[in-house]
Design a protein around this ligand. Structure first.
Ligand SMILES: Cc1ncc(COP(=O)(O)O)c(C=O)c1O
Length: 439
């Protein structure tokens, strides 16, 4: 199959002064419209911008807009409890607190994720232990997870990354075998499925995000979902100053019930509800654009498109590929730079493996004495090299784009592939020019 060719009078790479395949900036993702406006106006007209109060009555639960949003989330995911919070970060912390974590405990986490998947654990006094990932779907590798388990391990934080579920059933089996909890950071994969079940519902708790960059958004927001009454109760206490509520609510289990203000406002809840109820139609164009990119990439064998496991569905928060530098004859970083010059956002690598950040290298989080690392009797290994697959992907193999959202069209996907094809056709000139610049 041939890569789509786009008629351009000047085929010289944009990085070398030619005309870019796409000369104008791509539109931003924005699916906020009339329904969301109407929902917010209803809140404003009612005058109650938040229904929460840290009182041992119904106000503790946030009021009608929060409850309506949570009820819809429960119905769609088929779970007993949804706890709306003001971000996935705070939702992850509430979920981690609900696992009764504390100093000296360990939780196995992937290092290739947004920082909050691991800091949520630090905020309980426990420490993350980083396991390597599978280099096809970029989520935790169950073999590496199992190898990281120690007598101090209390749980696994799986991250359903880029829109694809982690190997949740294998992780669940490991968790059950070792009596661990399994929390799913599902910020990036809402309504992705595995074995016919929604990601986020296979572990003991799952966490969704509605931040501005996500497929569904309300500005900032998150939700904890769970079937477990005890986890839900504790997450609700953490959301809303639990320490002043436990006595009046007659709650004896006060471990980690010390709360924060993780409450979602009514305006966010109103927007979140509208967005959530059309999530399928927000995911669908991403899947279509991903399929179109995948088709086009058949002509560029040095690029491996995202893998979708046979029992999974992918919701394409990002479109993440592997690049074969050797076969391509151009470094990944130069390739990505040249494609960006053609007017398409192609990024080399995702995040620095978390354990390489100063937080873990220097083991300084809270206070000057290195808590919570100092409260862990060790050994704890955050050395470079502990997760070789992650490091290889970050340094050499992984490229990705977020440009798979409406109003982008099939024609845009074709032009994106054409830009990649153009750069590959001119690899020698680009490599020579780059060597000249570097020399
Ligand atoms: C995997 C993952 N976890 C957690 C978060 C945190 O989400 P929020 O911004 O809603 O706190 C994000 C956001 O980018 C994420 O991608």
């Amino acid at each position: 199959m041939k890569a789509p060719t786009i008629a351009v009078s000047d085929d010289k790479p944009a990085l070398l002064g030619g005309k870019p395949v796409n000369p104008s900036p791509l539109p931003r993702y924005n699916m906020i419209g009339a329904e969301e406006k109407k929902a917010v106006l209803e809140v404003l007209d009612g005058g109650e911008l938040s229904g929460f109060a840290a009182q041992p009555n119904a106000d503790h639960l946030g009021g009608k807009f929060i409850l309506a949003f949570e009820a819809d989330v429960c119905a769609k995911f088929g779970v007993k409890h949804a706890i709306a919070v003001n971000s996935a970060t705070t939702g992850l912390h509430a979920a981690a607190m609900a696992m009764d974590l504390g100093p000296g405990d360990e939780v196995v986490v992937p290092p290739y994720t947004m920082a909050a998947s691991a800091t949520a654990i630090l905020y309980t006094g426990a420490v993350p232990v980083f396991a390597d990932i599978d280099d096809q779907i970029f989520c935790l590798d169950p073999r590496s997870v199992e190898a990281r388990i120690t007598p101090r391990t209390k749980g696994i934080m799986a991250v359903n990354l880029y829109g694809h579920p982690a190997p949740l059933f294998e992780l669940k089996r490991i968790a059950e075998r070792h009596r661990l909890f399994l929390v799913e950071d599902n910020a990036q994969s809402p309504l992705a499925t595995l074995g016919g079940r929604y990601a986020g519902t296979i572990g003991d708790a799952g966490v969704l995000s509605l931040n501005r960059h996500k497929t569904m958004q309300c500005g900032e927001g998150g939700v904890v979902i769970t079937n477990d009454d005890r986890i839900a109760r504790k997450a609700r206490l953490v959301r809303n100053h639990g320490e002043v509520l436990v006595r009046a609510l007659g709650i004896d289990d006060i471990v980690n019930a010390v709360g924060m203000n993780y409450r979602m406002t009514n305006m966010e809840a109103a927007v979140a509800r509208v967005q959530f109820n059309k999530l399928e139609s927000l995911n669908a164009p991403r899947v279509r654009l991903a399929d179109r990119l995948r088709q086009g990439l058949q002509a560029l064998p040095v690029i491996t498109p995202p893998v979708v496991k046979p029992d999974a569905t992918h919701v394409y928060y990002f479109f993440v590929m592997k690049f074969d530098e050797k076969a391509a004859g151009i470094s990944r970083d130069l390739f990505a730079k040249a494609v960006r010059a053609e007017g398409f956002p192609l990024i080399a690598g995702y995040v620095r493996p978390l354990y390489l950040e100063p937080l873990y290298q220097r083991r300084i989080a809270f206070g000057k004495n290195g808590f919570p690392f100092s409260a862990h009797p060790g050994p704890l290994d955050y050395s470079p090299g502990i997760c070789p697959v992650v490091e290889r992907l970050q340094d050499h193999d992984l490229i990705w784009t977020g440009a798979i959202y409406p109003p982008l069209t099939d024609a845009d996907a074709d032009r994106f592939v054409a830009a990649m094809d153009k750069v590959l056709r001119h690899r020698d000139a680009l490599v020579r020019a780059n060597a000249g610049l570097a020399g």
